[in-house]
Design a binder for this molecule. Sequence first.
Ligand code: UD1
Length: 417
Amino acid sequence: MKVMEIEGQRELSGTIRISGSKNATVALIPAAILTDEEATICNIPEITDTNALCDILQALKVDVKRASESIIINPKQMENIEITEDLSKKLRASYYFMGALLGKFKKAVMYFPGGCSIGARPIDLHLKGFEALGAKIKEENNKYTVEAEELKGANIYLDIASVGATINIMLAAVRAKGTTIIDNAAKEPEIVNVATFLNNMGAKITGAGTSTIKIQGVDSLHKCFHEVIPDRIEAGTYITIGALCGNPLKIDNVIPEHIDALLSKLEEIGVDIEVGADYVSVKKQEKYKPTIIKTAVYPGFPTDLQQPFTILLTQSCGKSKVIETIWENRFMHIPYLRELGANISVNNQTATIVGPTKLKGTEVVATDLRAGAAMVAAGLFAEGKTTITNIEHILRGYEQIVEKLTSVGAKITIKEI
Ligand code: UD1
C-alpha cells in the first residue's frame, strides 16, 4: 500500500507549473477515435486516469503512442469491441467512449463507469441525449448496449447543465445527420476545449462555452493537432496551498479567467494575491476573514475546489460556511479535518467552519480525489507529520504532486508500506 507522508509548517516559495487539464484530457482521448486518421494531443498530464483511458484505447485496438506530454492516437485499425467491466470501472470518464463509439460505429457496449463516490452520479441525461439522437438503450446488470440504425440531429434540453452529458452528446452528434442543439448545456472551459478539438478535426460546433451548443453533423473527421488547456482545478488547489504556506508561491501556466470565482473569494477573505497574464502569485497572511462559499456550475465556485478551500477557512477568524449544491456526498473529508483539529460541523449540504484553529498532523484518508487534495493542503499547513492513505485517488488527478511540492520546499514523500 502506498501512503503519503508530509512534514508540515514549511514555507513554500518558488514556482509550480500547472499541467494539462485532467477533465479535458479524459474527454479528448475518447473523442480522438471519432476520426479515422491520426490525432496528436499535447500537454497531456501524466496521471493514472490518462493511463486508464489508454488501456481502453488499446483494448479497442487503437494505435497509441505516448511521448513526453503528448499522445498520438490512430484509430485506423480499431475494432468496436465491448469495453469490459474492469476497464469501464477504472474511471468516471470511461463513459465518453459511449458517445464516441456511438458517434463513430452507431453502437457502444460498456459498463456503468467508476470514479469517485461523491454522489449517485447517474448517467440518465447522457442516455436521454443518445435516445433523442435515435439510439436504443439496453441495460442489464450494469452493462449498457447503446445502438442506432442512424443518428439524426435533435433538439436536446438538459434538465441539469451536466458537464459529462454535454460532452457525451456532442461526441455522439458530431457525425450524426443534420443539426443537434443542446440547450442548458454546461459551460465549463473543458467543454470549449473538446469542441475546439472536434472542430480542428472538421466538426461544425458553435456555441461551446454558452448554454446553447449547435452541432451540424459531418460525414467524417480528419487528422489534427491539439493542445490541452491548463488544469484550473490543479491551479486552484496550489493557489489555495499558497494562501496557507506561500512565501510567495507562484503558480504558472494558468488561465486566470477560468478561476475568477476562486480568485474573488481569495481576495474577499484577504489573501495577498498577484494575478498576471498567465500566473498567480500568493503569499500567506497571518489572518483571514470568514466567508460563505456556494458551489455552482461554471462560472460559479467549482465544487472540485470546495474541499481544498475548506482548509483555508479553518484559518479564517470567525464562522464560514461551505454550501455544496452539486454532489450529495462531498463532505467525506470533514471527519479527517476534525481529527486534525478543525472545528467543523455538517448539516445536510452545509459545512460550518469556525476558525482559526491549529491543525496538528495525524493519520488521514484520501476518500476521493479532491478530498485527497484537501488532505495534502491540510498536511502542508499542520504541525508535525500527516500520513495520508488511499492516495491512489490523488494520483488519478494530480501530475507529479510530490515533485512539484518538493521543488518549492515541501517535505512530502510517497512510501510503500
Ligand atoms: C464533471 C467533472 C467533476 C466535477 C463535475 C461538476 C469530469 C471528468 N468530472 O463531472 O470533476 O465535479 O463535472 O463540475 O469532467 N447528473 C444527473 N444525471 C446525469 C448527469 C449528471 O443527474 O446524467 C447530475 C449529477 O449527479 C450532479 C450534476 O448533475 O449532481 C452535475 O454532474 P456533471 O456535471 O455531469 O458531473 P460530471 O461530468 O460527472
